[in-house]
Design a protein. Sequence first.
Length: 245
Amino acid sequence: MTETTTLVLIPARMAATRLPGKPLLEIAGLPMIVHVLRRAEAAAIGPVAVATDTAAIADVVRAHGGRVVMTSADHPSGSDRIFEALRKLDPDGRVETVVNLQGDFPTIRPDNIRAVLEPLADPAVDIATLAAEIHTEEESLNPNVVKVIGSALGDRRLRALYFTRATAPWGEGPRYHHIGLYAYRRKALQRFVALPPSPLECREKLEQLRALEAGMRIDVGIVDTVPRGVDTAADLETARRVLAS
């Protein structure tokens, strides 16, 4: 690798149950994983690589000029996959910050990818992520919309206290839709993947709670838009309409 302090890794696998073969599904003339790759490259914060256990994904990424790291098929999460990829790409430990960009965010904006680094300017922060304010009751009530509860550190920043699928916090005031994009300090990622799954993580099915239960600090940058994740056939059609236009 060239000298850098930030590396963007995109974990991708074919085993999604609700939308099989998801990374290679066509959207506006390109496979979904290539759209995500292009967005990450446009963010221009460091080298970008796709971490995968699937030869078909690797072939497509390479055919479009992207870098690939082949990883084990046994990883329980994307975080474990990117940690293996990090060690392969940077065995000497030069990379200080790792961005974990989900491979099913074909409409994410490059400026949002850049924004996830901003909370790490505070040396007390271990992990940074993003959220956007919720404006509809449907989002507030939807358990598939993860909410972040945090203490305000200014108009555009929270210190995360909890993540939940419930409608929270109670009472008047804003609620925030968590966006599953993370920036880790290298040591924080190494610590995180070594931790066992935590009780609240298992209960809510939210991996980031493992870090909070272990006393790690997660800060959240507030952005204006939520990228459209693709988990279902309906999501796929929405992304196709958005990117076709």
